[in-house]
Design a protein around this ligand. Sequence first.
Ligand code: SAH
Length: 393
Amino acid sequence: MRPGLVLRPDRDRSVRRRHPWIFSGAIARVEGRPAAGAVVDVRAADGTWLAAAEFNPVSQIRARAFCWEPDRPIDATFWRERLQASIARRQRLLPHREACRLVFAESDGLPGLIVDRYGRYLVLQTLTAGAEARKTQTVADLVSLLDPLGIWQRDDPVRRKEGLPPAEGLLYGALPAEPIVIGEHGHRFLVDLRRGQKTGFYLDQAENRALLAPYCAGAEVLNAFSYTGAFAVYALAAGARHVVNLDSSAEALALAAANLQLNGFAATRWTNLEADVFVQLRRWREEGRQFDLIILDPPKFVTAPEHLERATRGYKDINWLALRLLRPGGLLATFSCSGLVDRDLFQKIVFAAALDAGREVRIVTHFGQAPDHPVLLTFPEAAYLKGLLCHVE
Ligand code: SAH
């Protein structure tokens, strides 16, 4: 018999509605002595079986439910099939994408597991005790399903919330010493799987880069929070007159320069600037510098609910500044990847920024996350990336 969790009366609604997260406050008692990452049976107060979940005694999210079929054995075959199904979804959704997220954790029924494919290499993250416990099996399954040249694990700070130590390194095969080259919508990008941010590249923006590209034709573009210049490559390919990549990371900008060269753009068409966006936009405001199109793709400002207010001010500030640097008729592509800032709140922030900047703004397009980051309908928390394309008078 598996160990079990019994929920408090009236605290079973969310699990019945197939939401995967079970918070400590919903639990009446734990039966048996489940280790971190162990599979447990979740029952309602009256004893009704509700779901199978992975347990973690140190996380606020005490258990993550992943199976609602009572008689389903949770064995090696079960996990392998989940992985296969996850890979099959990408084959259906993005059949020709060289670099894409193959596993998006809870959204793919594999709590805490991230697997990104970069050509013949895979980058894996185990963000929960359960995913960590399944890691050896996951690697073996990935090897037999995909025959990769190498599998590399990347750490992520959210592991600490699960009581997991930093984990980074080679899990299988080998990794080349240099950044690898991947293709995306016909462009080529260098990706540093070991040292790059996230798992090396912002795969979640792939479709947004393509959506924005046609608006860049003939424009003087500011790519703020540029990272390795992915938006810049799309913009220049679509005929942008000039692009400034602005980022605080010298390493990211070095790769941006290499990417612009790799895609064949003359050095006269782009500039890289290492600076803090908050500071630089103010400086440009004072100098009267203007742009036709500004991209704002900041890092996650909110990692915990208590940071929401400060983050809201941060988003408003950069949007206010960007709006004031745009020529009349200019475009602002503004993003937030903070899950805790939902679409409504984000739109309100941009609205407040527009009011203060004294600009008349029209929403042209809503941006979301790429199809390899699908949102399981029972788990809306998976929707984290949102953006607005705004026409600014
Ligand atoms: N748009 C990019 C991804 C941006 S990630 C793409 O499509 O690939 C966010 C970037 O913001 C990172 O490269 C990080 O180095 C940079 N960054 C974070 N805080 C910053 C700040 N205050 N000023 C400038 N850059 C910053």
